[in-house]
Design a protein around this ligand. Structure first.
Ligand code: AMP
Length: 423
């Protein structure tokens, strides 16, 4: 199938070919036609599948085919859970609309609102936003959503995880009842289905899994190690393996900073990305990592959500997550698009129960290695570590609720099973 055969306008085809895309991805093939036909769409797709173009291209097509009056009310709203995702989606909107007479803007918190407000006052057709700043500007009368024709809810599952349900409901109330709705989510829990039921009108359901759909396709390994020796071990692994692009997960912001400092001291370029960093610092860290200037990106789970980091060869869990599903999200960042990936977990005695929960969820025993000089401490307590800062608002999995689906890592069907278990 070609992009031409999907019926997209010449201006969009030009932008697509400028991006270098030749064939629509499965989610684009499935989602673009019903969106162009004006249907509501419920799509099961995660980052890495090409979902952003899946909703952006037809949305831009519809808006540009039906131009409206000059003063440009907001006609399409794309709501995303995180600032990074909003910035990424906006970058896509900009690129795809390069040859169209449409204006777009992005708004999110953590930065000065004045320039955002000024842009909006000049009139924008497409607005990409995170819920907090959107409601803020709305309450100040700077934004009106009364003329929205197309509403996109991106990464709906993350939205709920991050506690945005109320905000979403408020946003929906401020839009016209008659509009087209597109909802994207990687997982389908009961809560997501309920939300979809409330927003969507007879939706067409589409589903796409990334090429690399199973956890088995990712080589996974556990290093048992004494807690105090983890930093030494991770530095040794990265140095000995001469790894160039490594995403390291840490449970806490403080831990991420500390680890980052130690890496830098030992000569490894590293940057941390977490909720306490300013937007500018986060963008800079991510750009440095993507360009290869920064070898190691140390991230917390929430900060890493939705980041588009293509073809990552190595993911290291410096600490295991206490929510098993987060393990699956984390390792899903390696081995994208069929490329080989490696996911390594450094596990100390106090993380034993987390490891057990993860192995239950993915229905797989992970191979264990011990590196000489970095042995686990035989006398250490196996009492679980306390939850880290910033995680208190999330429910840990019920540890009795083991999973049994082999593909639980990346197939949408099994992912929905996973998140249902979280309830
Ligand atoms: P997304 O899932 O929207 O975050 O997209 C993941 C990555 O795939 C991004 O880097 C996109 O630029 C890229 N991409 C999207 N659609 C296509 C396509 N049809 N062909 C090749 N790459 C694509």
């Amino acid at each position: 199938m070609s992009f031409q055969s999907l019926g997209l306008s010449e201006a969009l085809l030009k932008a697509i070919s400028k991006k270098g895309y030749t064939t629509p991805s499965p989610i684009q093939q499935k989602a673009i036609p019903p969106v162009l036909e004006g249907h509501d769409v419920l799509a099961s797709a995660q980052t890495g599948t090409g979902k952003t173009a899946g909703f952006t291209l037809p949305l831009l097509h519809i808006l540009s085919e039906n131009p409206k009056e000059k003063y440009r009310p907001i006609r399409a709203l794309i709501l995303t859970p995180t600032r990074e995702l909003a910035a990424q989606v906006y970058a896509n909107v900009r690129e795809y609309s390069e040859f169209l007479n449409l204006r777009s803007a992005v708004i999110f918190g953590g930065v000065n609102q004045k320039p955002q407000a000024a842009t909006i006052r000049q009139g924008v057709d497409v607005l990409v936003a995170t819920p907090g700043r959107l409601l803020d500007l709305q309450s100040q009368g700077i934004i009106s959503l009364k003329r929205v024709e197309i509403f996109v809810l991106d990464e709906a599952d993350r939205m709920l995880d991050m506690g945005f349900l109320r905000d979403i409901e408020k946003v929906i109330k401020s839009m016209p009842e008659k509009r087209q709705n597109l909802m994207f989510s990687a997982t389908f829990s009961k809560d997501i289905k309920k939300l979809a039921h409330g927003i969507l009108n007879h939706p067409v359901q589409v589903e796409a899994t990334p090429e690399n759909t199973t956890v088995e396709a990712i080589s996974q390994k556990v290093y048992r190690v004494a807690k105090g020796l983890k930093t030494g071990l991770i530095i040794k692994l990265i140095s000995d393996g001469n790894w160039k692009q490594v995403l390291v997960f840490n449970r806490t912001k403080h831990g991420a900073n500390k680890l980052c400092e130690k890496m830098i001291k030992s000569g490894i370029t590293a940057a941390a990305i977490h909720g306490n960093k300013s937007q500018g610092a986060r963008t800079k860290a991510l750009a440095g990592f993507k360009s290869g200037r920064v070898r190691v990106l140390v991230a917390t789970d929430i900060a890493a959500r939705g980041l588009d980091i293509p073809l990552l060869p190595h993911v290291i869990n410096f600490e295991l997550p206490n929510i098993s599903e987060d393990y699956v999200h984390r390792i899903g960042r390696t081995g994208r698009a069929g490329a080989k990936g490696e996911a390594i977990s450094l596990v100390s005695a106090d993380e034993t129960s987390f490891l057990r929960d993860i192995e239950k969820l993915i229905d797989m025993k992970l191979p264990v290695q011990i590196v000489e000089g970095f042995e686990p401490d035989p006398n250490a307590s196996t009492q679980p570590i306390k939850q880290g800062q910033g995680r208190q608002n999330r429910k840990p999995r019920n540890s009795n609720s083991g999973g049994s689906n082999k593909n639980s890592g990346r197939s949408n069907k099994s992912r929905s099973g996973n998140s249902a278990r979280r309830k």
